[in-house]
Write a protein that binds this ligand. Structure first.
Ligand SMILES: C[S@@+](CC[C@H](N)C(=O)[O-])C[C@H]1O[C@@H](n2cnc3c(N)ncnc32)[C@H](O)[C@@H]1O
Length: 285
C-alpha cells in the first residue's frame, strides 16, 4: 500500500474528527521516521506491512481520544520540543502566557538575579521555557529555579525534559505537596495547578478526562481548592515573594477574584490570554 492510500484509509477511519488529515500525516510521518514535508513529497512510495499495521494501531488510539502527543512522545511549547507521555498533562498554548508574563517582569529589572519556584511543574515546560528563552538571548537572570510536583510520575518526565535541554545545573526538580517542602523565599512563584471543578466548573472533555492524569486536572469542588491551599501554606509558612503568577479556567474569573480578595486584597490583577479570556492572576506584594 502507498503512503497516499494509507493516508486516505486513515482519514476514512477518523471520519468525524477535526483535522483528520493533519493527524494522519503527523502519525504516518512519525511511523516512517520522516518529517511531514518529506511524507507529502513521497505520496507514491510503498509502506511495509508491519509499518502499515503500526499506523493502524495508532489510528485506533487517536480514535479513542488519546492525545497525539502521547503517541509521538513530543509536544511543542514556547517553540521548544518537550517529551510527554500519559504521566503528565500535555502543555497547552495558553500557558505560554505565564511564561511571557514572567519574562517581561524579569527583563524590567536590569542586572538582578531571580529566585523562582514553579508549583505543579508537570513536564517542567514552564521552567525550561523561561530558562531557555533567557539563555538564547545570553541573559543570566536566574538564581535558584525550583520545580516541584506532588506526582512521582510527573517528576520523572520533568527530569527527562530538564536533561534533554541541558538545564540540570539551572533547574532543581523535587517532590513537594504544593509548598510543603519548598524554600522560604522566592522572587517569583508561578503555578499552573489543576483547576477543573469536580462539582461546579466541571469543564472537561471526555477524552481529556480519560487520557490525561486526573491529578493534573481536578482542583476540588469548584476547581480552586489547590490554589486556596497553596495561598494558606504561603501565609502560614511566611514564604517571602515579590510576584505570584498563576493560571485558571475560562469561567473562574469571578471566584478567583473572590479568593484573591480573601488573601491578597488590593494586591492582585487578572490578565487576559491571547484569546481575550481572563486567564491568569498576578499578585504583587
Ligand atoms: C495543570 S497541570 C500543569 C502542568 C504544567 N505546569 C503545565 O503548565 O503544563 C498541574 C500539575 O500540578 C500537579 N499537582 C497536582 N496536585 C499537586 C499538589 N498538591 N502539589 C504539587 N503539585 C500538584 C500535577 O501533578 C500536575 O503536574
Amino acid at each position: 500500500m502507498t503512503i497516499k492510500a494509507l493516508l486516505e484509509e486513515g482519514v476514512d477511519f477518523l471520519d468525524a474528527r477535526d483535522n483528520a488529515l493533519l493527524d494522519c500525516e503527523v502519525i504516518l510521518a512519525y511511523v516512517l521516521g520522516f518529517d511531514r514535508e518529506h511524507l507529502i513529497a513521497h505520496f507514491d512510495d510503498a509502506v511495509d506491512a508491519d509499518l502499515q499495521q503500526l499506523f493502524k494501531n495508532y489510528m485506533e488510539r487517536i480514535e479513542d481520544g488519546e492525545p497525539i502527543a502521547y503517541i509521538t512522545g513530543s509536544k511543542e511549547f514556547y517553540g521548544l520540543d518537550f517529551f510527554v507521555d500519559s504521566r503528565v498533562l500535555v502543555p497547552r498554548p495558553e500557558t505560554e502566557h505565564l511564561v511571557e508574563r514572567i519574562l517581561s517582569y524579569m527583563r524590567k529589572n536590569d542586572g538582578k538575579r531571580y529566585d523562582i519556584l514553579d508549583v505543579g511543574t508537570g513536564s517542567c515546560n514552564i521552567p525550561v521555557a523561561i530558562v531557555a528563552a533567557l539563555r538564547e538571548k545570553g541573559e543570566d537572570l536566574i538564581g535558584i529555579f525550583d520545580a516541584v510536583d506532588v506526582s512521582d510520575d510527573a517528576l520523572h518526565v520533568a527530569q527527562i525534559n530538564v536533561a534533554q535541554h541541558g538545564l540540570e545545573d539551572k533547574i532543581h526538580v523535587y517532590q513537594s505537596d504544593l509548598m510543603a517542602d519548598v524554600g522560604d523565599s522566592y522572587d517569583i512563584i508561578v503555578a499552573n495547578l489543576p483547576y477543573i471543578g469536580e462539582e461546579s466548573n466541571r469543564f472537561v472533555s471526555a477524552d481529556v478526562e480519560k487520557h490525561e492524569p486526573n491529578v493534573a486536572l481536578f482542583g476540588g469542588s469548584n476547581g480552586l481548592e489547590l490554589y486556596e491551599k497553596m495561598f494558606l501554606q504561603l501565609i502560614e509558612k511566611d514564604i517571602d515573594y515579590k510576584l505570584i503568577v498563576g493560571e485558571f479556567g475560562f469561567a473562574q474569573s469571578e471566584i478567583m477574584g473572590k479568593l484573591l480578595d480573601k488573601y491578597f486584597e488590593g494586591k492582585w490583577v487578572i490578565d487576559k490570554d491571547y484569546a481575550d479570556i481572563d486567564r491568569i492572576f498576578v499578585i504583587i506584594k
